[in-house]
Design a binder for this molecule. Structure first.
Ligand code: FDA
Length: 390
């Protein structure tokens, strides 16, 4: 005889959604978390206002070794479904930019909503104690937490990824998945600032300067703000490309995405006595214009520069190459790229193909969204898919 129908490990967005859905379908559910209180990442997300979804959350905005994996869950639990829940709870929200929906008030409202939904499903919570042991046999999972052993025919891995350990994040999910014969796609920090070294550190003098750019890494390109920091590069455009970046690769920045082709030659004809620094200062933040002009190293009036030189300047500013020497790592990464391989999971139910009753959801799985509400939408959708299947 089992104590519960399902034990969910992890009281983050994915685990709470899964527990609430299963509980409301009449299942007896226990959620276990080693943290003393649930939803730590929800509370700090979106600068405290939780960017809880993105109205453009389509599967091709997710990274995974299997880009098709997210389609099923994302197609069945959509941003509109989550918005419906938010509205049912009377939570006011707004679109900030690029389809990103934020609470007007505090992220606490989203956590309270999930806890209310879990309570409506009679979900039990065991918080503040570490999982000491997990056994599996005869179709039953036995979990020892604190001094208590609990049993259920279903076990859900919802313990997230290792990004931001000081919030209680661990790589527990990966060890557990491997124990049950599943593989793990190399986890890497993602949505993370990149660091610069060597002569590129000269850009440190620009710490605090932001500009609207297009940042590129391989085929990925994002037009958003980039920010220079004391250690390197940050801001939404850089965080986005960081998920695609690998050691040894360069990233390209178009500092003037708004400028049409031939802008430098046109400026030479219109204002021949202008300097390169003066020209750039009219198009970019002043400190950035000064630094780039110094590095371009063309002095005198524009009229002294050949058209060829000016088209080289255009090309350089459209694809300025930075070679990061690393990132700020899991300590600063908003999410983890990689995780439990989708090869071993059903995309419809999130159940392990070879271990009946074992499920993996949320950030623990090798599905990672862009910046902007995409990762929570995956947590809700994958949690919903498992919650309805249990
Ligand atoms: P999550 O990490 O939320 O939950 C896992 C739970 O498991 C935690 O409660 C943890 O304590 C518990 N746990 C871990 N190890 C355990 C163990 N060994 N035993 C028991 N329990 C264990 N996304 C987005 O879409 N919009 C946004 O605005 C933001 N903002 C944001 C800001 C910051 C600073 C960060 C770090 C991240 C974001 N994100 C985001 C990403 C988003 O927070 C993330 O994708 C989801 O929280 C993932 O939800 P999960 O439930 O999968 O894991």
């Amino acid at each position: 005889m089992s104590d519960f129908d399902a034990i969910v490990l992890g009281a983050g967005g994915a685990g709470l959604m899964c527990a609430a859905i299963a509980g409301q379908a009449g299942k007896r559910v226990l959620v276990i978390d080693h943290a003393a209180s649930p939803g730590a990442k929800i509370l700090i997300s979106g600068g405290g206002r939780c960017n809880f979804t993105n109205i453009g959350a389509v599967p091709d905005r997710y990274l995974s070794a299997n880009p098709h994996f997210a389609r099923s869950a994302m197609g069945r639990y959509t941003p509109a479904d989550f918005i419906g829940l938010v509205e049912k709870h009377g939570i006011a929200y707004h679109e900030k930019t690029l389809g990103q929906l934020f609470c007007d008030g505090s992220a606490r409202a989203i956590l309270a909503m999930l806890l209310d939904e879990a309570e409506a499903g009679g979900v039990e919570m065991a918080l503040g104690d570490a999982v000491r042991e997990i056994d599996h046999g005869d179709g039953t999972y036995r979990v020892t937490v604190g001094n208590r052993e609990v049993r259920a025919p279903a076990l859900v891995i919802a313990t997230g990824g290792p990004s931001i350990p000081k919030l209680g994040a661990t790589d527990f999910a990966y060890g557990l998945a491997r124990r049950f014969g599943m593989s793990v796609v190399e986890p890497r920090p993602a949505l993370v600032p990149l660091t610069l070294a060597g002569d590129q550190l000269l850009f440190r003098e620009l710490a605090g300067v932001a500009a609207d750019v297009v940042a590129r890494c391989g085929k990925a390109a994002f037009r958003e703000a980039a920010l220079f920091t004391h250690r390197g590069l940050s801001g939404p455009a850089i965080l986005q490309v960081s998920s695609y970046w690998r050691h040894g690769e360069s990233i390209g920045i178009d500092f003037l995405p708004q400028a049409g082709p031939g802008w430098a030659q046109a400026a030479k004809r219109a204002r021949p006595k202008l300097s390169m620094k003066g020209l750039l200062a009219g198009m970019l933040p002043e400190r950035l214009a000064d630094t780039l002009a110094a590095r371009i190293d063309l002095w005198g009036d524009l009229q002294t520069m050949s058209d060829k030189m000016l088209s080289n300047v255009e090309a350089k500013l459209a694809d300025w190459r930075f070679l990061p020497n690393g990132s700020e790592g899991f300590a600063k990464a908003e999410v983890t790229v990689g995780g439990i391989s989708t090869d071993g999971l059903s995309s419809r139910t999130m159940e392990a193909k070879r271990t009946p009753g074992l499920y993996a959801i949320g950030e623990a799985v090798d599905v990672t969204g862009w910046l902007g509400g995409y990762n929570f939408q995956w947590a809700w959708a994958s949690g919903w898919a498992a919650g309805t299947a249990i």
